[in-house]
Write a protein that binds this ligand. Structure first.
Ligand code: SAM
Length: 262
């Protein structure tokens, strides 16, 4: 639990955020349901919209993430979970690097169906599990590596998500969070924010048929803790050290938190 000073400080800075809060959702359960149903509606066009809207930069972000977790991924027998794996792009990149079966999980069935198709097409072996990131079906200290790409921002409770991921990680394990963030340069942020409020919902909406999904995206990034704040939340959840870096002018950030070895 954060102490009162932390909560007051966050409230003063206007950054207190329990979790994602789509318009109209009045509770964490409603927020979760809204997110799951929204991804269900865009799943069939998710990959196309993703690659087009990011001009394929998302591929680089995922391959960079794989490179940064290679030390744990390549440990013999390491148990690896790509959480909120969606249609499986990061899971596939991780399996190709590891050369063995890993696990992916998500709470949205149509996104997992997309992942299943791609795994089969690539003759890959990873196992898919349908589950909520806030209640993982794994025992304490049973995994070595968790990755989560563009999923963490959608959780209905950010601290609870970190606590749950920490619970299932073993000593010596690692958590990698790849997520959109607020670019630190104000001029660049102004241009980027204009793009994400105006161009992104128009194109994303036209491709997916669900403009609300692409209006939610910039709004959820705006409300999401900034990169230094996410790093301190990870430290509070008992990850140490936590290293992070901005990617592509700070459109995205990669955080890696370690669990102390025994
Ligand atoms: C933007 S997509 C990212 C998918 C994939 N990781 C990628 O990089 O393309 C976010 C995914 O997070 C999943 N998600 C959001 N909240 C979740 C939760 N509480 N539990 C499990 N999955 C969740 C959604 O269903 C969706 O598939």
């Amino acid at each position: 639990m954060p102490d009162m000073n932390t909560v007051e400080e966050e409230t003063r800075r206007g950054t207190a955020s329990v979790g994602t809060s789509p318009e109209g959702a009045r509770s964490e359960q409603e927020a979760s349901r809204w997110v799951r149903s929204m991804f269900g509606r865009v799943a069939h066009r998710y990959d196309l919209a993703n690659h087009l809207l990011s001009a394929n930069i998302d591929r680089y972000w995922r391959s960079h993430t794989v490179a940064r977790v290679r030390d744990v991924l390549k440990r013999p027998g390491a148990r690896v979970l790509d959480l909120a794996c969606g249609t499986g792009d990061l899971l596939i990149a991780l399996e190709r690097e590891a050369g063995r079966r890993l696990m992916g999980s998500d709470f949205c069935h149509p996104m997992l169906t997309g992942a299943r198709t791609k795994l089969e097409r690539g003759r890959l072996k990873s196992v898919l599990v349908e589950s909520d990131a806030l209640a993982l079906p794994f025992p304490d200290a049973s995994l070595d590596l968790i990755t989560i790409a563009f999923g963490y921002r959608n959780l209905a409770n950010y601290r609870a998500g970190l606590v749950e991921m920490r619970r299932v990680l073993r000593p010596g394990g690692a958590l990698a969070i790849l997520e959109f963030t607020q670019p630190p340069n104000r001029s660049f942020a102004a241009v980027y924010n204009w793009y994400s409020r105006n161009v992104l919902p128009a194109i994303g909406g036209a491709i997916s048929g669900a403009p609300e999904a692409y209006r939610y995206l910039p709004e959820s990034v705006r409300k999401f803790p900034d990169a230094p704040e996410l790093a301190s939340m990870m430290r509070e959840a008992d990850f140490e050290p936590v290293e992070w870096e901005y990617l592509t002018f700070g459109i995205a950030a990669l955080h890696i938190g370690r669990v102390a070895p025994e």
